[in-house]
Design a binder for this molecule. Structure first.
Ligand code: ZN
Ligand code: ZN
Length: 843
């Protein structure tokens, strides 16, 4: 070699888009040397073709630029380094290539377009060196992989002497010919290339891929993964593919299936795989969805050999472990409808599908932002507009709270999400959820609420409030309450009322109903719903005072904004859909909750939730009268006046009232609550709670039974029995039965015979029969008309006479009362009338 050492003798500019190695080779050919010879002369010996394709070190680049009179940065642009981000550059082949973030490396090979080689005299563009190039946009054909002469891939670089006899369009791979190695020298411009339709999907895919490479988009990673998946699905489940897939096959490969599932190595398979992958990654189009779903189904059918609906989420994700998070999220979303509710929440499959990634600490943080039951306006939206009892609503709200804590949780079992009353919640959800769409609404809404709470937080730290405020620790200013009552002309009420107010105050602070015994659910609902707005305002002020006492700067009440959930088709009723003015009109008319609900087409529970959510209350009709009262005044034995008298005289017996007034025990308790009478037993020890006089009065004179007295005084009946014996009180037979007339208003004193009879079992029923006997033809006829057997009637009459100690009825025809019996029959008639009047007044 005889050229000057500071400059090459000929200037050969690179072609636009040419690769560095192709240019070096063309240079060597012009200088009639080999590429390696040229590089050695340039002072860059031992540089492998691979390095030339990928990148040159800066020093080498500068030396080359100076010698060839070229621009160093232009030369740099002729290597793959300049094409894409370094982590997208083709790497050396790796085993387990789904992990490799790159498309397969082509090694020392390159695809080519025969038409381009013919046009530019055998110069090779850099684009062909990219392993994911499969089409020529200019000539609208697939690139070619193999040289027809040696049936091998054309080699990139050769050490052989190059010269005029060959051009870059000749295959320089060494082959054995007549026992010696020689270059193939096949003219590659003569290779047939498969044409592609100009407006087809393959060319569009190549363009799309090129753009992604230019921007170094990470989407390339999951396109690569999807391409391989698509080819595998084609191999494993031929003829199951959707129409879109058949179209791509026809276009790229003449409709032939690829013959290997694991390789994107040739242009045809690469074209099909890429085209399908680009479709599959399009989440918006129906074609995209169909192709992706086909991928999932073929995968499941192949790997698990079972139908999709029976698969657990783990089984479904089994073969997607190395897929990008976007793809995993689509597999989870696809499974959504088949998963159980808790799993849907943990994987957030209905709204933000992804693997659960939140630790117990994350969930605990969220738990502090949530009250113990779902907020009223959100319950209103999620609760179907069908008749559901208050206890189920309560269970549903508490259940929603614990389900809110499942969203995204790695662990299914953490202490904050597992409520103690799991069975109740399970039953409530079973009763509430009306359809699969309804369940989806709930799951989607809770998922979105949870994620917004995590991101945006809540102005209230309920965790702290639960820690600070209990029914004992809250303060209610009774002086201010008394003044408010005086100003408004309200009755102040007794301890029952104060108990309710404290309960409501605590409920405001904790954002949910504080726990009360279940039997009081009805009473507390009535109360919170009917409390006058002024009273409600007073309680909110008291709540703020409680917060201020702990230097907590938080609003008393708060609910997540509606925009936190994009659901629109609510199974229940959104508060914003209910007309305020309609509601106000109904309230002004003093309509009951049930009537308001009917007028608005809602259930009573929805009306109450609406009141909670909007802070509306519906004062009872008798607002001007003392007390917060109810719609219809209590009368008879449930009249507040009567109850208070009975309470102060120590004769109040709830179960006896219930039995006498023929109503339920809880009705009696509600009446007591309204009358402000404490329903709880007196707290003093037994000996202090009843005196000997009280016991004698109740047991001997009023003829109440020991169990009834025990209940009335809040005592244990067995201990009371012992106490009576200790005090020398004679225990009568049948002492478990009370005198049924003891509690009648204005009850007259009983005659001795009646007193004795009143202790007979079922005495009221027997007396009713007795009064109808005089005038009957005989006992047989009487039994028939009373609907009983003669023997029974005879036995009952005999028992009454035995208890009274006198004969009451002459067995004559017709039957007649004896003189002593006549007085008793009249007394019985009077008592029975009083009893009937008392009962009719409560029903
Ligand atoms: Zn071409
Ligand atoms: Zn060849």
């Amino acid at each position: 070699m005889t050229w000057a050492t500071d400059r090459l003798p000929i200037v050969l500019p690179p072609l636009p888009g040419e690769s560095l190695d192709s240019w070096i080779e063309a240079y060597a050919r012009r200088l009639r040397t080999s590429s390696t010879g040229l590089l050695r002369f340039l002072g860059l010996p031992g540089i492998a073709a691979r390095r030339l394709v990928f990148r040159l070190e800066e020093g080498d680049l500068k030396a080359l630029a100076r010698l060839a009179d070229a621009d160093a940065s232009e030369l740099d642009r002729m290597t793959l380094r300049s094409v894409a981000r370094s982590d997208l550059l083709p790497q050396l082949p790796q085993s387990g290539d789904e992990t490799a973030p790159v498309w397969r490396h082509l090694g020392r090979h390159s695809r080519f377009c025969p038409h381009c080689l013919a046009d530019n005299g055998g110069r090779w563009p850099l684009a062909w060196r990219l392993p994911f190039s499969f089409a020529c946009q200019q000539h609208q054909c697939l690139l070619v992989d193999h040289c027809p002469g040696c049936r091998d891939r054309p080699q990139l670089f050769t050490n052989q002497q190059l010269g005029r006899s060959t051009s870059g369009a000749h295959c320089m791979r060494l082959v054995l010919r007549d026992g010696r190695k020689t270059a193939c020298r096949h003219d590659l411009t003569q290779t047939p290339a498969q044409p592609l339709p100009p407006d087809g999907t393959a060319l569009a895919s190549q363009q799309h891929l090129g753009a992604l490479v230019q921007t170094g988009s990470p989407a390339l990673h999951h396109l690569y993964f999807l391409s391989r998946r698509c080819l595998r699905s084609l191999m494993l489940s031929p003829r199951t593919e959707p129409e879109a897939v058949r179209l791509a096959l026809r276009e790229c490969n003449g409709g032939l299936l690829p013959d290997s599932p694991h390789d994107l190595a040739d242009a045809g398979r690469l074209a099909i795989g890429t085209t399908l992958a680009i479709w599959a990654s399009d989440t918006a189009s129906t074609t995209g969805k169909a192709v992706f779903e086909w991928l999932i189904r073929t995968d499941q059918a192949h790997r698990l050999n079972v139908s999709a609906t029976n698969l657990s989420i783990d089984q479904r994700l089994l073969s997607w472990g190395r897929a990008s998070p976007e793809i995993v999220s689509r597999v989870i979303a696809d499974a959504d409808q088949d998963l159980p509710l808790d799993t849907r929440l943990r994987y957030r499959s209905a709204a933000h599908p992804r693997r659960p990634d939140l630790t117990d600490a994350d969930i605990r943080k969220r738990a502090d932002k949530i009250p113990a039951a779902l907020w009223p306006s959100w319950t209103l939206r999620l609760l179907p507009n069908t008749r559901i009892d208050p206890r189920t609503v309560d269970g549903f709200r508490r259940g929603c709270r614990s389900k809110l804590l499942l969203a995204g949780a790695k662990s299914q079992h953490h202490p904050w999400a597992q409520p103690s009353n799991r069975l109740i919640i399970k039953m409530a959800f079973r009763r509430v959820i009306a359809s699969p769409e309804h369940e989806t609404a709930i799951v989607s809404c809770l998922t979105q609420l949870a994620s917004h709470l995590d991101d945006e937080g809540s102005p209230i730290d309920y965790g702290r409030r639960r820690h600070l405020f209990t029914s004992e620790s809250i303060t209610l200013n009774l002086d201010e309450y008394t003044q408010l009552c005086r100003r408004q002309g309200w009755a102040r009420g007794g301890t029952g009322r104060i108990h309710m107010l404290r309960w409501m105050l605590l409920s405001f602070l904790l954002g949910t109903h504080a726990d009360l015994p279940p039997r009081n659910i009805h009473a507390r609902d009535e109360f919170r719903y009917q409390v006058p707005p002024l009273m409600r305002g007073f309680l909110l002020e008291q709540a703020a005072t409680n917060l201020a006492a702990h230097r907590i700067d938080e609003p008393v009440l708060w609910e997540p904004p509606t925009e936190w959930c994009d659901w629109t088709d609510w199974p229940g009723a959104a508060p914003e859909q209910i007309s305020d003015s309609d509601f106000d009109t109904l309230i002004a008319d003093r309509t009951s909750a049930e009537e308001t609900a009917a007028a608005l087409g809602l259930t009573t529970e929805h009306v109450r939730l609406y009141c909670d959510a909007t802070g509306t209350t519906q004062p009872p009709p008798r607002a001007a009268s003392p007390g917060l009262g109810r719609r219809r005044p209590r009368r008879g034995m449930l009249d507040p006046g009567f109850l208070r008298t009975a309470h102060s005289s120590g004769t109040l017996n709830q179960s006896l009232i219930a039995r006498t007034a023929d109503c339920s025990l809880s009705t009696v308790q509600n009446a007591l609550e309204e009358a402000g009478i404490p329903a709880t037993p007196r707290p003093e020890p037994l000996s202090l709670r009843i005196t000997r006089e009280e016991l004698e009065q109740a047991y001997l004179h009023r003829r109440l039974s020991i169990p009834d007295i025990a209940e009335q005084f809040g005592l244990d009946r067995h201990r009371l029995n012992l106490l009576a014996k200790k005090w020398g009180i004679e225990i009568r037979p049948n002492s478990a039965t009370s005198n049924p007339f003891a509690l009648l208003p204005d009850a007259p004193a009983l005659s001795a015979s009646m007193a004795a009879i009143s202790n007979v079992r079922n005495c009221v029923e027997r007396l009713r029969r007795l009064v109808r006997l005089p005038g009957q033809r005989n006992l047989c006829a009487a039994a028939r008309s009373l609907g009983t057997l003669p023997a029974t009637l005879t036995h009952q009459l005999h028992a009454l006479e035995k208890a009274a100690g006198i004969q009451l009825i002459e067995r004559t025809s017709p039957l007649a009362a004896t003189p002593a019996g006549t007085a008793l029959v009249h007394e019985a008639e009077h008592l029975l009338n009083l009893l009937d009047a008392a009962q009719s007044s409560v029903t």
